[in-house]
Design a protein around this ligand. Structure first.
Ligand code: DON
Length: 565
């Protein structure tokens, strides 16, 4: 592969390790690149692939598969993903959309009873809650189109970890405790993830022989080993026998979609992030466009935070009423990023008072019409390729359903659709027609693997956290733009507003007592979160120092027992 301008400097880079032990092993020489993930086993796999001469795509494929094995509560082959890539050879940015799709037998009131009421947990537990997975497809897609090594080599570590097992960590135990009742609802699931129906102790060895066989199939047969033939047939049978509606055709037809990312600029910094069906790029860019009309540095910390909250309120409002799978929409939403649109949004912002949501709703009513969860990782290689991936099965242990003999825990991403207009999903988000369930459609996501670029260098960042992903990325982007680094980006305290419900959720240290008093006086409803949120992973390259910094969110460190997701 051709070398790019930036990668010439790879041979001279130096590294700063903020959380040693999680990140680099000795085998990774400085010229190989950099890896950051939420899990030490997965990080090691990525480093090894780079050290053996693989490219960022090879390393990311291996990491994705490894995380699917060692963090089955967060993501896996039964889930979906968004990959954001910068390809050094073509100098192109691309999004690989591996989001789940709604089965062809799905319909927009499938989770409602005869009185049109939402059936509790119907979109969250069991195979009816599962969309058609995209992760197996993206692994073979990337390997075929961008990889330099054989799938056999790349998936071997995940295969061995599934077959031979690995000791479960505190995060696994926390998730299993939280979801024990659900896991016990399905014999197959309980037999894999619990110890005789009980939450295992730390160090218990989790072996997943069926998953190992499934990985082997993908190693040998690629995409078709999962989506066609006997394997697909058996998964469908098991799904249908347990109340699900998948068909073989659903699996046969699944494809990764390569899309253009959303690109915008804020104070001279380029922001590159996925577009629909991820709402990340549009909401992030829209909120930054609104803020670009204010000189934030000139305001007090309280007003700065007030303006950020008001920008988020408006950008998430647009999410709720307009966003969904672009392949099911008649008009492009590109107008959301025009200067005139954000100028109009700014008109309703009062510098001294919180906006009443009704102001937005009256100006543009929603169209009713007819109808730790997740993980993020990033890799750069010596060729200059960059890969950022957020992948998920949605909530802890997804739908808690494993099709017999597959070892694959299915997602519960169907809950990310608007299952009834204006009804909250598991993250409190509401949506309308644009995100209603339709056969073959992809549910709206908040996953936002992001690149920031400026004359200072670049950053690759992302995090799990459901609806809060986008506001976390926004706060960290603002931090970097105003002089922060990888470490401060992952550690800064977080606050969040998503239009509905109408309150500001904040981590303990996000506001001083004075700011709390001031914001409340301005009319903001504040709600302190009893959990920290996010598990951000950052790779940052500084042009001036010609140095790479890598930082992993301290909230995700295993020894901390806070509920990071
Ligand atoms: O796609 C989405 O927006 C969600 N399913 C992501 C889930 C997530 O980040 C879970 N972590 N808290």
């Amino acid at each position: 592969m051709k070398t790019c301008k930036i990668c010439i400097s790879w041979f001279f880079v130096s590294f700063l390790f903020f959380y040693s032990g999680i990140l680099f092993s000795d085998e990774l020489s400085q010229s190989d690149g950099a890896v950051v993930t939420s899990n030490a086993l997965a990080t090691k796999v990525g480093e090894k692939i780079l050290a053996d001469g693989g490219n960022a795509y090879d390393a990311a494929t291996a990491i994705s598969a490894m995380l699917s094995v060692v963090e089955p509560f967060a993501s896996g082959l039964g889930g979906g993903a968004f990959w954001l890539i910068y390809d050094a050879e073509s100098e192109e940015y691309k999004v690989l959309d591996a989001r789940e799709t709604a089965p062809f037998q799905s319909h927009n009131d499938m989770y409602l009873d005869e009185n049109n009421n939402v059936i509790e947990n119907a979109s969250r537990i069991g195979p009816l809650a599962a969309g058609i997975p995209g992760i197996p497809a993206v692994l073979s897609y990337v390997n075929t189109k961008y990889g330099s090594k054989k799938m056999n080599t790349i998936l071997a570590p995940a295969y061995h970890a599934a077959k031979n097992g690995f000791p479960v960590n505190n995060r696994y135990i926390r998730g299993a405790k939280y979801k024990k009742e659900w896991l016990n609802q399905y014999e197959e699931t309980a037999s894999i993830f619990l110890n005789n129906g009980q939450v295992p102790k730390k160090g218990w060895i989790l072996k997943q022989p069926d998953l190992a066989n499934t990985i082997k199939k993908i190693m040998v047969e690629g995409h078709k080993g999962f989506y066609t033939g006997d394997f697909a047939k058996k998964m469908v049978e098991s799904v249908q026998n347990n109340g699900g509606i998948w068909s073989e055709e659903d699996l046969n037809r699944y494809q990764v979609i390569e899309r253009e990312p959303v690109r915008s600029t804020y104070n001279g910094v380029s922001i590159i992030a996925p577009g629909l069906p991820s709402s990340g790029g549009l909401v992030l860019s829209n909120a930054l466009n609104i803020l670009s009309g204010f000189d934030l540095d000139k305001f007090s910390p309280t007003i700065q935070k007030h303006l950020i909250i008001e920008a988020l309120r408006r950008a998430y409002y647009e999410r709720a009423i307009k966003m969904g799978d672009p392949d099911f929409m008649y008009e492009s939403l590109a107008f959301l990023l025009t200067p005139s649109f954000s100028a109009k949004q700014r008109e309703s912002i009062n510098i001294n008072y919180a906006t009443d949501n009704k102001v937005l709703e009256l100006a543009e009513p929603p169209y009713q019409g007819q109808g730790s969860d997740t993980t993020h990782f990033a890799v750069i290689d010596k060729f200059g390729n960059r890969v950022a991936v957020t992948q998920s099965i949605n909530f802890w242990f997804g739908s808690a359903f494993v099709p017999e003999g597959s070892g694959i825990l299915l997602n519960n991403e169907m809950d990310d659709f608007s299952i009834k207009p204006g009804t909250e999903n598991g993250y409190g988000l509401i949506g309308y027609n644009a995100n209603a369930i339709e056969p073959g459609k992809r549910m709206l996501s908040s996953m936002t693997p992001t690149f920031l670029e400026s004359d200072k260098g670049f950053v690759i960042l992302g995090t799990p956290g459901g609806s809060r992903i986008i506001s976390m990325i926004l706060l960290s982007a603002l931090d970097w733009i105003s002089g922060g680094d990888a470490k401060s980006m992952v550690t800064i305290p977080r606050f969040h507003h998503q239009y509905h419900p109408d309150y500001v959720l904040y981590e303990e240290k996000a506001f001083s007592q004075i700011e709390i008093n001031n914001l409340e006086e301005m009319g903001h409803k504040l709600k302190k979160s009893n959990r920290q949120f996010g598990n951000m992973q950052v790779i940052q390259w500084s042009r001036k120092k010609n140095e790479i910094n890598v930082a992993s969110d301290p909230r995700g460190r295993e020894k901390e027992l806070t509920d990071v997701y």
